[in-house]
Ligand binder design. Sequence first.
Ligand SMILES: NC(=O)c1ccc[n+]([C@@H]2O[C@H](COP(=O)([O-])OP(=O)(O)OC[C@H]3O[C@@H](n4cnc5c(N)ncnc54)[C@H](OP(=O)(O)O)[C@@H]3O)[C@@H](O)[C@H]2O)c1
Length: 314
Amino acid sequence: MPDPELHADEVLVEVHAAGINLLDSKIRNGEFKLILPYKTPFVLGHDVAGVITKVGTSVKQFKVGDEVYARPADHRIGTFAEFIAIKETDVAIKPKKLSMEEAASIPLVGLTAWQALIEKGDLKKGQKVFIQAGSGGVGTFAIQLAKYLGATVATTTSTANMELVKSLGADVIIDYKKEDFEKILHGCDLVLNSQDGKTLEKSLRVLKPGGKVISISGPPDPDFAEGIGSPWFVKLIMRLLSSGVRKKAKRLNVGFSFLFMKANGGQLKEITSLINAGTIRPVMDRIFPFESIKDAMSYVESGRAKGKVVVKIK
Ligand SMILES: NC(=O)c1ccc[n+]([C@@H]2O[C@H](COP(=O)([O-])OP(=O)(O)OC[C@H]3O[C@@H](n4cnc5c(N)ncnc54)[C@H](OP(=O)(O)O)[C@@H]3O)[C@@H](O)[C@H]2O)c1
């Protein structure tokens, strides 16, 4: 592949490590065609840590040699490569203490947790939040962020990962293979839903009136369709896909919304500060060499990853 073309507001990053996300597999499998209509051929990869080797003419915040990390914007992805051009507004300086591999594990899940708990969820000190799959990429970050915000955190995981989620600060730990969270949790202010439709429905019932579920695993809702400027038929499909859960939420007097995280260098900068302060740490499962990227993706697709999976490129 030729080196990426650099626009005036972009930095060219030499990729040292790239994080793997389920989104990469879902896009590869064609599951995201309605939301992200990529034209093949294109390069996958949504997380990067590396070094800036060139800056565009209007770039102000970064210089050549800066060690950075990012979740490049949709339609500008492609971190499974040696170089990537990224808008400077999507980039942040990498946390000092972290290796390149650790840094590459953070952006997409960190921003997802930030946008779910802070931006959309407005989670406050003393509130009760239920974060599903506490041992996953999003869960391991979200538990730590919710604790930082002063919330009481409930989470689900299997027996083998109970110690891990406890070490991250989870207050109520439910073994989803042995217990039903709906029988244990009541009066939650917020649920971060990342599992299937059945789990989503049950989640509505653990909320207090006025509480809300933010789902990152679907179904997409009309606000989301509007936000990404979908054509009318996609808006209609998303309205229909989410109509059942929206009706159920309304009946229970709780809120439902879908979140699809966005690139955001400003929020990533705040995440850098939390990591530098030791408030949040990365949870790494495995690092694969670039040649084994297919194995790395299969491993993530198995649904058993404990924290993040990263590919070392340089
Ligand atoms: N909309 C967005 O912006 C957005 C952003 C990020 C992720 N997502 C989506 O959110 C979901 C989670 O992403 P992720 O990266 O965190 O996934 P992940 O890291 O692959 O999740 C793996 C973890 O999930 C746990 N798990 C599996 N089934 C579970 C269940 N029924 N209950 C509780 N825990 C369970 C596993 O623990 P055990 O081994 O103990 O079972 C494992 O540790 C995916 O569908 C992803 O595509 C969406």
